[in-house]
Ligand binder design. Structure first.
Ligand code: COA
Length: 93
C-alpha cells in the first residue's frame, strides 16, 4: 500500500465503509494516468506515488499532485461497482 498510495489517498479510502473498492478505483486511475503520460512519450518512467488522486468537494476525482510532468490539463474519471473498478484519464500537454 505504501508503495502505491500517498498518505492522503490511503486515509481517504480507509474512511469508507468498503475501502478496497476505493483503493481499486484509485489504482485504476493511477494506471490510466501513467499510461497516457507514457504513451505521450514526454517521460520514460513514473512511479504510482508520483501521482496523487483525491476527491474534490463534490466527490469528483482530481489529480492533486503529479511529479515531473509539465501539462496543461489532466482529467481523470473513476467508476466502481461491487468487484470491479475502472478509470480513464486524458492529458493535454
Ligand atoms: C456523480 C455520480 C454520477 C457518481 O456516481 P457513482 O455511482 O457514485 O459512481 P461510481 O460508484 O461508479 O464511482 C465512484 C467514483 O465516482 C467519482 N465521483 C464521485 N462524485 C463525482 C462527481 N460529482 N463527478 C465526477 N465523478 C465523481 C469518484 O471518483 C468515486 O470514486 P471514490 O468514491 O473512490 O472517490 C453520482 O453521484 C450521481 O450523480 N449519480 C446520479 C445517478 C443517477 O442520476 N442515476 C439515475 C439514472 S441511472
Amino acid at each position: 500500500m505504501s508503495k502505491v498510495f500517498t498518505e492522503n489517498e490511503a486515509s481517504y479510502c480507509k474512511s469508507k465503509a468498503n475501502p478496497s473498492i476505493h483503493f481499486a478505483g484509485r489504482f485504476a486511475a493511477k494506471e490510466a494516468i501513467k499510461k497516457c503520460i507514457l504513451s505521450s512519450s514526454v517521460i520514460d518512467s513514473l512511479d504510482f506515488k508520483d501521482i496523487e488522486v483525491l476527491p474534490k468537494s463534490n466527490g469528483a476525482p482530481t489529480v492533486t499532485k503529479i511529479n515531473k510532468i509539465p501539462y496543461s490539463d489532466l482529467q481523470v474519471s473513476i467508476s466502481h461497482e461491487k468487484d470491479y473498478a475502472i478509470a480513464m484519464a486524458m492529458i493535454l500537454l
